[in-house]
Design a protein. Structure first.
Length: 146
């Protein structure tokens, strides 16, 4: 499966960045790529289902993902429950560097689900996801610094 991993170091406290990363319903305010995100169910204190709609190189991708929030480690692990891709899994992590700086990482592994076209489509999708991840991280940085 193709993998995309993007990390951005931001001048913010890790707790502030974590609050921003976990506030997924505000992502559309941070970047034009995310059209909408809606928490559709809280399964318990650390698990929820979220419905996403994202614009990726002119195409709208939609999915429902299960998100597992580990507040102690500042990691959100997600896996697609249903949607446009065959597989879409990964994590967000916030790692403190010092009191006023942290790194935020978005890691995604995915499978488009069209085996005959995978060799052609996977690199294109990986590039588009990398650009989208960078845009989302930059948008989150702007939100956390407000």
């Amino acid at each position: 499966m193709p993998v995309v991993e993007e990390t951005l170091v931001i001048a913010a406290r890790a707790d502030d960045a974590w609050a921003t990363v976990t506030d997924v319903e505000a992502y559309p305010e941070a970047t034009q790529i995310v059209r909408s995100v809606r928490i559709i169910e809280h399964l318990d204190a650390s698990q929820r289902l979220a419905e996403w709609s994202v614009l990726l190189r002119g195409s709208v991708l939609q999915w429902v993902e299960k998100e597992m929030l580990d507040h102690d480690r500042r990691v959100v692990t997600f896996s697609q429950e249903s949607g446009d891709m065959q597989a879409f899994n990964g994590y967000w992590s916030v790692v403190p560097i010092d009191e006023g700086k942290c790194s935020v990482t978005l890691y995604v592994d995915f499978e488009i689900g069209i085996p005959l076209l995978a060799d052609m489509l996977n690199p294109i999708a990986a590039t588009a996801l990398r650009e989208s991840a960078h845009s989302m991280l930059s948008g989150l940085e702007q939100r956390v610094l407000r």
